[in-house]
Design a protein around this ligand. Structure first.
Ligand code: GAL
Length: 706
């Protein structure tokens, strides 16, 4: 497709998205992910070429069959403007072909070379004060500069022309971690593209002013040029509706930048090659990107970097086990995904040292954690620790000295174990309930701190309660194309805080309940519309007809106050963080009332039967304790009790296909854990039938065919 910059960015983006949409192959898992396999991230440009053959040979010997390369290699391929030279990577790719190593090639747009950003400073992103970034780090470009798009398009075209049928290449990665490092885009080009985006959305300034409520504080716009991306605001804050549209705009920009690249690649590369990218970052509709633009989605998993320097899970803090929450989210984007970067060593940059070395067993445990949740490809980051640059403490499998080490042994062991788990590849997560999310709400929770607090509290609480009670669950993204059958896979759906609620979503949830589903909604439901404004109606807004309630009083818990409690079926229920008192309308039953606080005696949990199902309304957030009460009362907790009794310290993940179940048991502690099997099961890793008491070693994993 020709780049037609005369049309303005917004139109140009939409054309890309539309064309990509047509090519989208929904429900089609890419062939690469139809088998469990192991890979590694490799940087041929970091090493003397004489090391390549032995590196590849050692990888193959240890079970690594794929390398990801190239994503930061722009300056190798175009040393100066227009001087394309692919001979360096040609030599590496040819070597890969000769030894049978598969390659995923990254497009290098995350790191524009110095000549480019110095000659075209408009390609750079800017900080909140409008000061443009300089060359030297990465991801310092902006998505909307037409010059940058042109340069990237040319580079991707040249690469695709040159390597579109190279036998070693199995797939392509777009950029690297879109929206990582920063997800604020504040350059001049972003300001212009934001205005185009808004013009297309609202058409007139009157409509925009009304949607944003600019009457407040005399913010009314009289010229489009007065509107900009949210730079430093001297006093107080920006208009929240502007911010909400800005976050949508960032997502739109990232997706169109990604689509531009996939569209070019698809014109040249052989159909056997897949296109993916590695995530998962905020301010981006990852679901849309995966479904409409890419062939499959990959995630970068660094469990003890991202979740705390402590090594082990405790009842209070999940630490590395917390990575499972992100993996569950990734599964909702793409049920069968890959891990493009899996932690293999201690993590840190020269200016931050965050995560210590994985203890014996942990490297394999974390890789298995990914597989348990649906990863079919696990690629370790990185083959050897870089002796130069920002990431000298971000360890790979090998240390600087390159000798065989314990971690390489674990990679080999993991690769062998994976062969024993091939039968699980493609099996679905055996989710016993779902947690509904929408991008309106994810984006609004990013802008609105009150919303963000309740959203995070419930997300964590539900995850922790599910972990403790060994209950596999899914996140479920409500979209225009979601059908009621998609929802009916889950006997219970939590919609913790659908602050922004659309009519179509309410209708879909109603259909789910009428067909027999159990819907559980929390506080703050339905008090905003899609512009982020609060309609003048009783809460829970559009959800009122489903819940059969109105909210009478509401408040955040003041830090000076005790947490409120309620009683449900004779047991305590915590109402922390936020409290609403509910009024049960006709036909709605009160299940629980406050037993403390100024709301003592008022209803806090209600139930309404609707068709074959029911709707529960909880006027609080789902803290770990509250979520556990709901999971237990709704009888979804501990689904595998008859098959296995495991301590809370062990994560249990269920997978299922055609009635065949598998259980992954993961021990995050440095001490062995005892589990008890309720029936004879085959341990896929040992190949033995096991029954009764079994010990899972420190940081160990067991996988059973039930
Ligand atoms: C990832 C990134 C890699 C590497 C790693 C360690 O987020 O994709 O390129 O930088 O972090 O910092």
């Amino acid at each position: 497709m020709e780049l037609d910059r005369t049309q303005g960015n917004a139109v140009y983006f939409c054309m890309f998205l539309k064309e990509s949409e047509e090519k989208h192959r929904e429900g089609d898992t890419m062939d690469f992910l139809k088998k469990l396999s192991v890979g590694v991230c490799y940087y041929p440009e970091h090493w003397d070429e004489s090391l390549w053959p032995s590196d590849l040979e050692r990888m193959m010997k240890n079970g690594i069959r794929t390398v990801r390369i190239g994503e930061f290699g722009w300056s190798i391929m175009e040393k100066d403007e227009g001087q394309f030279d692919f001979s360096f990577f040609d030599r590496f790719l040819d070597l890969c072909s000769s030894v049978g190593m598969q390659v995923i090639f990254g497009t290098p747009s995350a790191t524009p070379p110095a000549w480019l950003t110095c000659r075209y400073p408009e390609t750079l992103n800017a900080n909140v004060d409008g000061v443009i970034y300089r060359h030297g780090g990465r991801r310092h470009y902006n998505y909307n500069s037409s010059v940058y798009r042109e340069k990237v398009a040319l580079m991707v075209t040249k690469m695709a022309e040159h390597w579109g049928s190279h036998p070693a290449i199995v797939g392509w990665q777009i950029d690297n971690e879109l929206n990582c490092e920063t997800n604020d885009f504040l350059s001049k080009a972003d300001g212009e593209a934001f205005r185009s985006f808004l013009r297309e959305k609202y058409e007139t300034l009157d409509a925009l002013n009304a949607a944003w409520g600019t009457v407040f504080w005399s913010q009314t716009y009289t010229e489009w040029e007065q509107i900009d991306v949210p730079h430093t605001n001297a006093i107080a804050s920006h208009n929240p509706s502007l911010l909400l549209d800005y976050v949508r705009f960032v997502s739109h920009s990232a997706l169109s930048f990604c689509a531009m690249q996939t569209e070019i690649l698809r014109q040249w590369i052989e159909p056997r090659m897949f296109i993916t990218t590695n995530g998962m970052f905020g301010r981006m509709d990852n679901h849309r990107m995966a479904r409409e633009i890419l062939d499959g989605y990959m995630y970068d998993s660094y469990p003890n970097f991202a979740y705390g320097i402590d090594q082990t899970w405790s009842a209070e803090d999940l630490h590395d086990r917390g990575a499972s929450m992100n993996l569950i989210k990734v599964r909702s984007i793409c049920p069968h995904f890959g891990i493009m970067e899996q932690q293999s060593g201690a993590n840190g940059w020269y200016n931050r040292l965050e995560a210590s070395m994985p203890r014996p067993g942990q490297l394999k445990l974390w890789a298995m954690q990914s597989v348990a949740h649906g990863a079919d490809y696990v690629s370790f980051f990185r083959w050897r620790t870089s002796p130069v640059g920002t990431e000298i403490y971000w360890h790979g499998i090998l240390d600087y000295d390159s000798r065989d080490n314990r971690r390489l042994g674990e990679v080999a062991d993991f690769a062998q174990s994976l062969e024993k788990l091939q039968e699980v590849c493609g099996a679905e997560a055996d989710a016993r309930f779902g947690v509904v999310q929408t991008y309106d709400n994810l984006f609004d929770a990013d802008v609105d701190h009150w919303h963000g607090r309740v959203q995070r509290a419930s997300e964590e609480g539900i995850f922790e309660a599910a972990q403790e009670t060994h209950t596999t669950f899914d996140f479920v993204d409500l979209r225009d194309e979601t059908r009621v059958e998609d929802l009916l896979r889950y006997p219970v759906l939590f919609a913790p805080h659908l602050v922004i609620l659309r009519e179509a979503e309410t209708a879909l949830l109603r259909a789910y309940v009428e067909a027999g589903g159990v819907l559980v909604v929390g506080c703050r439901t339905g008090y905003k519309d899609t512009t982020g404004k609060c309609p003048m109606q009783p809460m829970p807004g559009l959800m009122r007809e489903l819940t059969g309630t109105t909210v009478e009083e509401y408040t955040f818990r003041s830090p000076a106050e005790e947490m409120a409690e309620a009683e449900w079926d004779g047991k305590k229920l915590h109402v922390d963080c936020f409290m609403e008192s509910l009024k049960a309308l006709e036909g709605t039953d009160v299940l629980a009332r406050y037993t403390s606080s100024y709301l003592k005696g008022e209803p806090v949990v209600t139930e309404r039967r609707l068709g074959k199902g029911r709707v529960l309304h909880f006027g609080g957030v789902f803290t770990r304790q509250a979520a556990r009460r709901f999971l237990k009362n709704l009888k979804v907790a501990e689904p595998y009790e008859d098959w296995v009794k495991a301590p809370a310290e062990v994560e249990v993940v269920g997978r299922v296909r055609d009635g065949q179940h598998w259980l992954f048991l993961l021990n995050y502690l440095p001490e062995a854990q005892e589990i008890r099997l309720g029936k004879k099961m085959v341990s896929l890793l040992s190949g033995e039938e096991e029954d009764g008491r079994v010990e899972i070693p420190p940081y160990g994993v067991a996988v059973y065919r039930v």
